[in-house]
Design a protein around this ligand. Structure first.
Ligand code: ADP
Ligand code: MG
Length: 711
């Protein structure tokens, strides 16, 4: 029986992570007991680990069914870098390549084999699998099985063959789609035995949610990019043409940008995607065709140039940001004109009437989200049926809570203007009337003669739009979608006009928000940023050398932790989340040297920087000072200076440690270490040695011991 402890050790050894995320542990425990499970977790939630770790610790090979060739390739690359033997088989390979991999499987060399559903169901493949010791079947992107879902693949419905042919092999099905119908379909169609269903929260707390008015979008985008130097991101546009022209405009302004849409040749598309994955290009302007099947974990931001059609789409698209868990941004541009365009598009579509109706309702929910005056994350999660108990603190509304004021007079002006124009004006025209514009439409209708003409001159057009949206959202007026979007009075409007009902409106304070975002960063932060940048450059050059995307080497979160902790030896480097044994062997020393160089440079510049204080000691030592002199000069305790010496010795610097602890002493102290273990506390060793040896000797002996035993 394989224990969860072994699984945890594998997580550390191969993936470099200290702990499972909350649900991962329970899921893996079930899999290890050979139970079937269904996993519903958001994108970036960490689904892969749920089958990859069991695959590593269970005897035999785990067969992963995955619908997208690009995804398979990505995951196999990442596994290999982590030191796990894996391969994929699909129709893009020659018969010979496939044959080679099959042989590796038969020889028991692989822990994971990725296959496309077509391949799995092709003739002969099942009997091939019967010749292997299959430990587990993992069905990734399992929502593809459901005809109700958004990504139905007919081949997936044949996967029930797995349970029929291999009744005793456990199956784990994983998806980022949460709805009940899909979940039921997955269980039934795969013929799972009484599976446990694990549903994680769909919250993605690291994504900062922002909505901005859709005026002046290009300048707003370049402002946004100014503060996100070199950080990769996606801009979703509505049309193919828009992706091309925006990319061009960004390039002319000196940004590294490309575009992606379904109308390009497969070659160009693949190149755009590859350039983005490998951080060769910072920005992709794309239609929603982009993003399916890429696991790039360091997408730092997503911008929606236009309002998406529905919240499902919006959430999926922003979910491509920050899969590594590091801070990321989602910025949505919202204008009423966009809603109108989208509405027209939906209505023009010759779809079934009920479909159109549904789409319109979904669009309306999207619009309400964009116009919301309450925590945006609450609205999103509520939409997916999840209730949050607190505001999130990581959206524009939470960060800059709207203040309300008595807007009764504003409401009265607007409502009265609607009444006096006989409820025949739409939103744009109403604003024109209120602001006293002399447009031909106003003049022709004779609206310049109504009593409220020009009564709202003191409020600018944009603010009028905002106030009117609030009045709409809160039911003070209605929009007749079927009558040219004209505005109509409601019961509530009458209360405001005739019964003295008060109206509270929200004042949006945009300027404050921009200022807080550009607040100067403290020096400590700047140093961390600078180190992060230089580690990122190193990562990129290693990635190019190995021909893999940079995030496969280390994620942004891992680099950020390195930049904050500045590990300069093996032990502290291995303590960084995301640095496993295999990765340390490949890249550890390179990153350590980079960090040490950085610290030295900073110190040379006169910046006090903690982390490599032992290197300052080394310098003084090499200039011929004694331990006591160094301690005095640096205002440190001699024991601390000795511990620097120990660290230096462990890192392979030429320090003559035997000068402070001789052979005879070491042989006695090392016996105590043998007894209490190399991780024992100095104090315990001190006592074990009957307080006969000074602390510094014990500390130095520990270093010698570790080196001798390759620890
Ligand atoms: P999903 O398939 O659910 O979208 P992934 O499996 O690709 O998500 O994981 C997303 C990110 O989270 C990856 O960078 C992965 O390495 C990281 N991750 C997964 N499990 C853990 C963990 N226990 N601790 C830290 N990071 C983790
Ligand atoms: Mg996944």
């Amino acid at each position: 029986m394989i224990t969860i402890r072994e699984a945890r050790e594998a997580l550390k050894l191969y993936f470099g992570y200290e702990q499972f995320r909350p649900m991962q542990e329970q899921i893996i425990a079930d899999v290890l007991q050979r139970k079937d499970v269904v996993v519903l977790m958001p994108t970036g939630g960490g689904k892969s680990v749920c089958f990859q770790v069991p695959a590593v610790v269970m005897p035999g090979v785990c067969v992963v069914v995955s619908p997208l060739i690009a995804l398979m390739k990505d995951q196999v690359e990442a596994l290999l870098v982590n030191g796990i033997q894996a391969a994929y088989i699909n129709s893009s390979q020659s018969a010979e390549q496939q044959y080679t991999i099959e042989n590796e499987c038969l020889a028991g060399k692989l822990k994971l084999l990725y296959v496309s559903p077509e391949k799995l169901l092709s003739s002969g493949f099942m009997s091939f699998l019967k010749r292997l010791n299959v430990s587990l079947f993992a069905v990734d992107e399992a929502h593809c099985i459901s005809a109700w879902g958004h990504d139905f693949r007919p081949e997936y419905t044949q996967l029930k063959a797995l349970k029929q042919q291999f009744p005793s092999v456990p199956v784990i099905a994983l998806t980022a789609t949460a709805d009940k119908l899909t979940q039921k379909d997955i269980q039934e169609q795969l013929h799972l035995h009484n599976p446990n269903v694990f549903t994680a929260s769909f919250d993605r707390p690291n994504i900062n949610l922002m909505v901005k008015p859709g005026r002046d979008r290009f300048n707003r985008i370049t402002d946004f990019l100014e503060r996100r130097h070199k950080q990769p991101g996606i801009i979703y546009c509505l049309s193919r043409k828009a992706t091309e022209s925006l990319a061009q405009k960004l390039k002319s302004s000196g940004y590294s940008a490309t575009y992606y849409h379904a109308g390009m040749s497969p070659n160009l598309r693949a190149k755009a995607q590859d350039d983005f994955l490998k951080d060769n290009v910072q920005i992709v302007c794309a239609t929603i065709a982009f993003g399916m099947g890429i696991d790039k974990s360091n997408v730092r931001w997503v911008i929606h140039y236009n309002l998406p059609k529905n919240i499902e789409g919006y959430y999926q698209e922003i979910g491509r940001a920050g899969r590594d868990g590091a801070k990321s941004d989602a910025l949505l541009f919202y204008s009423f004109a966009d809603v109108m365009n989208m509405r027209n598009m939906l209505q023009d579509n010759q779809g079934k009437e009920t479909q159109t109706e549904l789409q319109l309702v979904k669009l309306e929910r999207m619009q309400q989200f964009a116009e919301a005056a309450a925590c945006r994350r609450r609205i999103l999660l509520q939409y997916f049926g999840e209730t949050m108990t607190n505001d999130c603190g990581n959206c524009d509304i939470c960060r800059n809570p709207p203040t309300r004021f008595d807007g009764t007079l504003i409401a009265q002006k607007a409502l009265s203007a609607i009444a006096r124009t006989n409820e025949q004006v739409n939103l744009g025209l109403l604003v024109d009337v209120l602001r006293g514009a002399r447009t031909s439409q106003v003049m022709q209708a004779g609206f310049d003669r109504v009593k409220t003409y020009g009564a709202g001159r003191d409020i600018n057009t944009l603010d009028w739009h905002r106030y009117l949206h609030q009045l709409l959202n809160e039911g003070y007026m209605e929009m007749a979608y079927d009558q040219g979007y004209t505005l109509k009075l409601t019961e509530q409007s009458k209360q405001v006009l005739f019964e003295g009902r008060k109206v509270q409106l929200v004042k949006f304070d945009e300027i404050k928000q921009e200022e807080s975002a550009v607040k100067a960063r403290p020096k400590r932060e700047l140093i961390k940023d600078a180190l992060f940048e230089s580690l990122r450059t190193l990562r990129k050059s290693l990635a190019d050398e190995y021909g893999v995307p940079p995030y496969v080497i280390f994620t942004d979160t891992t680099l950020q932790e390195m930049a904050a902790e500045r590990p300069t030896n093996k032990i502290s480097m291995l303590a960084i989340s995301g640095v496993g044994a295999q990765k340390f062997d490949r890249y550890g020393d390179t990153f350590i040297s980079k960090i040490i160089d950085f610290i030295n440079e900073e110190q040379a510049k006169g910046n006090k920087i903690k982390g490599a204080t032992h290197l300052a000691t080394l310098e003084l030592l090499q200039s011929g000072l004694s331990i006591d002199e160094i301690a005095k000069l640096r205002n440190l305790n001699p024991v601390t200076v000795f511990s620097h010496l120990a660290t230096l010795y462990e890192q392979g610097y030429p320090v003559k440690i035997n000068a402070y602890v001789n052979k005879a002493e070491y042989s006695i102290i090392s016996k105590a270490i043998e007894k209490l273990g190399p991780d024992a506390k100095l104090k315990d060793l001190f006592e074990c040695l009957h307080e006969k040896y000074e602390y510094y000797k014990i500390r130095l002996s520990l270093s010698i011991y570790k080196k001798e035993h390759n620890l």
